[in-house]
Every structure is written in C-alpha cells, then in structure tokens.
Write a protein that binds this ligand. Structure first.
Ligand SMILES: Nc1ncnc2c1ncn2[C@@H]1O[C@H](COP(=O)(O)OP(=O)(O)OP(=O)(O)O)[C@@H](O)[C@H]1O
Ligand SMILES: [Mg+2]
Length: 295
C-alpha cells in the first residue's frame, strides 16, 4: 500500500505545544484527503524537519501545512530536493517551490500577461520608500508585505501621514502596493485547482475593521459560483504557470481592480489552505490527483 506524507510543522501538528489557533485548517485539509483516499493508501502528518530516514519511507510527500518554511526557505527547498533525490514524489515539487516562494514570481506572471497589482519592489524598504509609494501610486493608503511570507505576517498598511511610517523597519526584502478597496467591499476570490482543473471557488472577507482575510484575524469565507469572466481570468493565470504540467494543487487568489478586472494577488503553490469545506468534491479530486502521481 502506498504511503503518503502530509508535510507539516510544529505550528500545525496535533499535540504540539506551539500549535497555532488556526491549525484547524491542518485538520480539515488532512481529513478531506484521508476521506478521499479511503483505504487505498496510508497517510501520516509529519514535520518536514523530521529525520530524513523517516521521510524517505514515504512514496509521496504532499506539501501540507509546513507554515514555517517562510523563515527557512533555503533549508525547506534543500529538504524537498533531498526527498526527490531519494525517489520520493514531492507535490508540489521543489522546482515549483523555488519559483513560488518569492513573490517576485508575480513579475514573471505579469510579463506573461497576467493582470497585476501595481507593485514597487525596493530591496529592503524603509520609511522613504513608503512615503514615495503614495505619490508613485497616487493613492492614500498602501500595503507593505514580505516577498517571502505567508499569513500576512510581517505585513503593514499605512495611510498618508501615519506616524508609524517614520519608525517602520524591516530586515526582509519586501514589496509595496496600493491598498485595494475591493478587499473590504467584495473580498478576495480564491480559485482552487486540483490537477489543473477548477475544483471550487470561494470568496474570503475580513472581519469588520480589518482588511486581512485570513482566519487568524477573524476572516471568513463562503463558496462562490464564479462569473464566467472571473473563472476565465483565473484559468488564464493557471495557463501562465511556467511548468511542464499542472501542479497537484494551486490556489489562485484574485482581487478586483477599479477597472472591474480581477488581478492576481497570489498564485499559491506551496502550502495554501485549500478550503475543503467550500468544495464538495475536493477530497476525491485531491485523492485522485495524488494517486495519478503515484501511478
Ligand atoms: N494591495 C492590497 N490591498 C488590500 N489588501 C491587501 C493587499 N495586499 C494584501 N492585502 C491583504 O493582506 C492579506 C495577505 O496578503 P497576501 O495574500 O498578499 O500575502 P500572504 O501573507 O502571503 O498571505 P497568505 O499566504 O496567507 O494568503 C490578503 O489576503 C489581503 O487581505
Ligand atoms: Mg494571500
């Protein structure tokens, strides 16, 4: 019977003393996969930093919830490469992770024609970069976020004249974008693709007074039957991914610009939450796509 590893980390593993409050996402995603696979395979959640001799006993390793990879990107990629060298199928593979771990990939997508959010990419931005961004974008509010990051950690939003700008510091390469008001009106749209096919879509909204849609900050989501044009916009981004075949999973996150067009805010290929509760066929689709990779 094939053995599948669901790669996780101390922030998500059940029973871990440092488990995060939003680690229920780990439980739901793993349960959907297990339900889809039934008795056809064995699935275990395991820390991606577990001894290599434990990890190489698996036939396939899914990037499940290794949320802390953003603090150790190179170590994470090296670990995936070691698994691949030992014959373990890694999904999504290290090649995909190398491209997707740094949000600079958004420039790559834009150059392929994807509708993009205007972005400044100062290497390590300081207050002067933030002040300059208001004029550059001709806007009243901006968002500063890490190039290698997730869960809105290390992210800030400023309005023109905010006192906090003067003392803002980061040690990380970052990016600055105009604040998109559609986040708070319509929300952020997510399109979940399994094996290259659209599995389901949903809309994520922030809690009152916040603009971050993640559950950690009180955000919530509902299933969405997307308009044909929006569906096509997400599928077009999928078609622009620079890999030979479709990834095991992908979450294309989009936000509407003032023009009415959806722009890609992220193409998540590493450890996105795939919102199993909004996708009635999700577990079966994921299981079938996993088994296809083992065949
Ligand atoms: N330009 C923007 N305008 C308005 N809100 C934004 C903007 N950029 C990001 N946000 C908000 O911050 C959240 C986190 O940003 P983003 O998704 O780009 O980074 P992330 O930290 O990689 O997130 P995750 O991996 O959890 O999806 C978004 O889901 C959205 O709610
Ligand atoms: Mg996001």
């Amino acid at each position: 019977m094939p053995r599948i590893a669901f790669l996780a980390c101390p922030a998500t593993l059940p029973g871990s003393p440092t488990r995060r409050s939003d680690a229920f996402e780990h439980d739901l995603q793993l349960a959907a996969l297990r339900q889809g696979l039934g008795s056809r395979t064995e699935v275990a959640d395991i820390d991606w930093r577990a001894p290599l001799e434990h990890l190489v006993r698996f036939d396939l390793a899914i990037l499940g919830t290794p949320w802390d990879y953003t603090e150790a990107k190179d170590e994470f990629i090296a670990r995936l490469e070691a698994l691949e060298a030992a014959g373990v199928v890694v999904a999504n593979p290290s090649e995909v992770v190398r491209w997707n771990a740094d949000k600079l990939y958004l420039q790559d997508l834009a150059s392929r024609g994807a509708p993009a959010i205007p972005t400044l990419w100062p290497e390590v931005p300081g207050p002067a970069d933030i002040h300059a961004a208001f004029d550059h974008f001709d806007c009243e509010r901006v968002v500063v976020k890490r190039r290698v990051g997730a869960g809105a950690i290390g992210q800030d939003s400023f309005r023109r004249g905010d006192a906090g700008i003067a003392t803002w510091r980061t040690a990380q390469p970052a990016m600055i974008q105009p604040f998109l008001p559609a986040i708070q009106s319509e929300g952020e749209l997510s399109f979940i693709f399994i094996g290259g096919e659209l599995s389901h879509a949903l809309i994520k909204r922030a809690a009152a007074g916040d603009y971050r849609i993640q559950s950690l900050y009180g955000g919530s989501e509902v299933a969405l039957d997307p308009a044909p044009a929006d569906r096509e916009a997400a599928a077009a981004v999928m078609a622009m991914l620079p890999f030979a075949g479709p990834p095991l999973y992908a979450r294309i996150d989009m936000v509407r610009l003032e023009s009415g067009k959806l722009a890609v805010i992220e193409a998540e290929l590493i450890e996105p939450y795939l919102y199993p509760q909004q996708g009635p066929d999700f577990g079966k689709r994921l299981a079938d796509a996993v088994l296809a990779r083992l065949a």
